[in-house]
Design a protein around this ligand. Structure first.
Ligand SMILES: [Zn+2]
Length: 334
């Protein structure tokens, strides 16, 4: 029992659900709010925080409907980087109270929301920090920089994990009984790029296939341990996009260039920076590299692709499947 200001006496108050309708940025939002009502006169108990509650609920519903972050999600993104509200606002280039207002329930703009979502990825935070560190002190900068580095893990660890996941198969007939070694692949590419002054990506992929298969034909072992898939354009390294990405990542050794050839996509070319390091290769492997280069140096991308289309290895492997190194013994060259 509580005192009712209308009845002027103690009365029973019961919870009732009240529907409220809002129009938020043109969106029709209905919410239900629990209030207490005198069972005698119907008077509702006054609540000083009512308006706040209504808006908090309506905004929450609106955010959910529009895929916007809720305040607690924005807080957790900020805390992930150990930043204060003011520091984050500075990085974003927003007014100093903006982050604080959002975290306490103000409705964020779609563009501010998008910036927050981007910052969930430490790679993006790193870019933001590099392009807009003004406003942060030297100490704040280095604290954040370290935080990002630990969230990202070191570059070497990441590359290593990626390699393990994608290419780290045990030796077998699909990789020519050699464990993939990125350093060696990079030097192989560099070797071809230093000899061929216009090494196109398509041709490079064929060179790689031929050197591994020729070497297997000769010695029952591949050079680079690459798995190759049969694609319509011929044999190519399995997951070649990732492999090429890893090779291009070695930007101090190999330079990727684009050349406009009047088609929709420009030609992709590889150039060596400096001389290849051939210490990683045996004498026999170097002979295979030279042999394959000499065999195809006068070919264009399409003529080498056409030759690969005549190989039993490609003909007998279903599109998308890995080509067995057993076919090396039936290769047209070597
Ligand atoms: Zn009453």
């Amino acid at each position: 029992m509580e005192y009712c200001v209308e009845c002027l006496e103690d009365s029973e108050f019961k919870p009732v659900e009240i529907k409220k309708v809002f129009n938020i940025r043109g969106e029709h939002i209905e919410i239900m709010v629990t209030r207490f009502q005198c069972s005698c006169c119907g008077e509702l108990v006054p609540d000083p925080h009512l308006e706040e509650q209504y808006f908090a609920k309506a905004y929450s519903e609106y955010r959910q409907r529009k895929g916007l972050l809720q305040p607690d999600e924005m807080i957790s993104i900020r805390e992930m980087y150990g930043l204060s509200q003011r520091q984050l606002a500075k990085l974003f280039g927003w007014g100093h109270a903006t982050v604080s207002r959002y975290e306490s329930g103000a409705l964020q703009s779609p563009s501010h929301n998008a910036e927050f979502i981007l910052m969930k990825n430490p790679e993006n935070m790193k870019r933001l920090l590099e392009s807009n560190a003004k406003g942060l002190s030297g100490k704040e900068f280095s604290t954040l920089d370290n935080r990002i580095a630990s969230l990202l893990g070191s570059k070497e660890e990441k590359v290593y994990r990626l390699l393990e996941d994608l290419f780290g198969d045990a030796p077998g007939i699909t990789n020519g009984f050699v464990v993939f070694n990125l350093d060696k692949v990079v030097q192989t590419v560099k070797n071809f790029a230093s000899k061929d002054n216009r090494l196109l990506k398509v041709k490079l992929m064929k060179y790689l296939w031929y050197i591994d298969f020729v070497h297997f034909k000769r010695f029952n072992i591949s050079i680079n341990g690459i798995k190759y898939a049969a694609l319509p354009l011929g044999p190519v390294p399995d997951k070649y996009d990732f492999l090429m990405g890893l090779i291009e990542n070695e930007s101090e050794q190999i330079l990727k260039k684009y050349e406009d050839i009047g088609l929709e996509n420009p030609a992709e070319l590889y150039r060596a920076i400096g001389e290849p390091d051939l210490c990683l290769f045996t004498k026999e492997e170097i002979e295979t590299l030279d042999y394959v280069y000499e065999s195809f140096k006068n070919d264009t991308s399409s003529s080498i692709a056409a030759k690969s289309h005549l190989e039993k290895a490609w003909i007998e492997t279903a599109i998308g499947q890995i080509i067995s190194y057993e076919y090396a013994h039936e290769l047209s060259i070597g």
